[in-house]
Ligand binder design. Structure first.
Ligand SMILES: Cc1cc2nc3c(=O)[nH]c(=O)nc-3n(C[C@H](O)[C@H](O)[C@H](O)COP(=O)(O)OP(=O)(O)OC[C@H]3O[C@@H](n4cnc5c(N)ncnc54)[C@H](O)[C@@H]3O)c2cc1C
Length: 443
């Protein structure tokens, strides 16, 4: 498999004829939804076109954070911070979860004030979140030479291992009776009298009453074939994994020139949240109007690139019938090329800020395609026009940390239970009912 090594999950050999719910996509969102449903005794099949956790969920930085999120996501993320510490016991597996705190460094007074203002969103939560003075940051990060105005620090933020988490959750769902089907692309949904009655996979049909689409960056294409318009684009972020290193910080740090997270193996995941590549593709034009406000506010963090990806995506059909191979069968794992110059610059910046990283060697490089929505808030919602169809996608770079709670919310919607949090901000219809679509204040 390209990208990082992910704990392997071997799929079940047999396709069930009928289940209650089919979940499409074996990332952390689909796996968490399947676990929540299976725990409630719902019969579930989780279908993944490649391997569990091989796309975003196995390639991300491993930050489990509430800090600097869009305020609309804060209540759901607070629930995620409650669920994560229970997962090792619940799944019977190691997910590498550790509450080690996250610091957002402030290089300027403006940044300090912005972070301080954002902190008001956590006033109802007891998560050990506060502004640090430069001296307090230095005391916490003894090997740092950074000159700062301060930092926003949340002790309750955490880290976990992306290469372990989705596999552990999927295996736990299987322990509770879920069918885990890998190398099993879903071509589309089937309906009877307008209501979901099954899915067609590359291995045959599965009858079901409900379907949750948790296909990450593929959801817009999948939805299009079902006659739905889901504005979603891909943003590429590049990551380095270093060899183990002594003397670096325990907490994760977000700074202007780099971001780091200590790994369970003693190495670090190094990247930069302010440097993302956006390939110009046919969807860029299809959804241009939806994304214009986001482009305005996120411009400095995006590097537009025109190249072969445009032609590759232009060749993908927008419509296919369910008895022919679908685009999902031709691309098992999205594996974008890392931007080497951005990675090298992040490591250089990190070494200036923390000279202890002079000794760090690059063990591996990879990139991941982040699925973003126009307001950078996910869709976790029923589809009003197709009863029985639900979508959980568009996590816009924040889905790993929030994943376990998003899976719970998706399961609540499917079973009709009291939702974990108010699902209104995540409704799919916001993109078509004239609602104002805006990016608020998260990263
Ligand atoms: C480089 C990078 C860094 C990030 N850092 C963080 C971080 O530190 N913290 C954080 O919270 N978030 C982070 N994110 C975002 C986070 O990884 C994602 O939001 C989250 O993993 C999304 O999970 P998912 O299950 O929706 O999607 P994915 O993990 O992408 O899974 C979707 C799955 O669906 C499958 N699929 C799609 N279509 C079909 C089909 N038709 N049939 C069957 N299977 C299908 C795909 O193969 C894929 O495996 C980062 C992302 C990247 C790329």
């Amino acid at each position: 498999m390209p990208g990082p090594y992910v704990v392997p999950v071997h799929g079940n050999a047999d396709l069930p004829e009928k289940v209650d719910v089919v979940v499409i996509g074996g990332g952390i969102i689909g796996a968490s939804t399947a676990l929540e449903l299976a725990e409630q005794g719902v019969k579930v099949a989780l279908c993944e076109k490649g391997g569990i956790g091989h796309e975003q969920s196995g390639r991300n930085w491993g930050w489990v954070r509430i800090t600097r999120r869009d305020p609309r996501e804060v209540p759901l993320m607070a629930e995620a911070l409650r669920i994560w510490p229970t997962l090792a016991e619940r799944t019977g597996r190691d997910l590498g979860y550790k509450r080690a705190g996250i610091a957002f460094a402030c290089a300027t007074d403006k940044e300090f004030e912005e972070h301080q203002r954002w902190l008001l969103h956590l006033r109802d939560y007891d998560l050990g979140s506060r502004m640090l003075s430069p001296a307090e940051f230095a005391a916490m990060s003894p090997s740092s030479t950074m000159t700062l105005k301060g930092a926003l620090f949340t002790l309750g933020d955490a880290r976990a291992e992306p290469q372990k988490a989705a596999p552990a959750i999927a295996e736990a769902a299987r322990d509770r009776g879920a069918h885990i089907l890998t190398e099993c692309a879903v071509r589309g949904i089937e309906t009877k009298a307008g209501q979901v009655c099954g899915v067609v996979t590359e291995r045959g049909e599965i009858a079901c009453d409900q379907v949750v689409l948790a296909g990450g960056a593929w959801c817009s294409l999948f939805a299009r074939n079902s006659g739905l318009r889901l504005p979603q684009l891909k943003v590429i972020n590049s990551v380095i994994r270093t060899t183990p290193l002594q003397g670096g910080p325990e907490h994760s740090i977000w700074a202007q020139g780099f971001s780091i997270r200590k790994r369970q193996d003693g190495g670090y995941t190094v990247a930069n949240g302010f440097r993302n590549v956006v390939n110009i593709v046919p969807d860029s034009f299809r959804y241009m109007r939806d994304f214009l406000p986001a482009l305005g506010s996120q411009w400095s963090a995006l590097m537009l690139r025109f190249g072969g990806q445009f032609y590759d995506e232009a060749r993908i059909p927008n419509k296919w019938s369910l008895d022919e191979a679908s685009p999902f069968e031709y691309n098992r794992v999205l594996d974008p090329k890392p931007a080497l110059h951005l990675q090298d610059r992040s490591l250089e910046n990190l070494r200036k800020a923390f000279p202890v990283f002079d000794k760090a060697k690059i063990a591996q490089r990879w990139a991941g395609a982040i699925d973003v929505t126009p307001d950078a808030v996910p869709v976790i919602s029923a589809v009003d026009t197709i009863p029985g169809f639900y979508i959980a996608t568009g996590f816009s770079g924040h889905g790993f940390g929030i994943g376990p709670a998003a899976g719970r919310l998706a399961a609540d919607l499917v079973t009709g239970s009291t939702p974990l949090v108010d699902p209104a901000p995540f409704r799919f219809s916001r993109f078509s009912d004239g609602s104002k679509i805006e990016i608020i204040s998260g990263f």
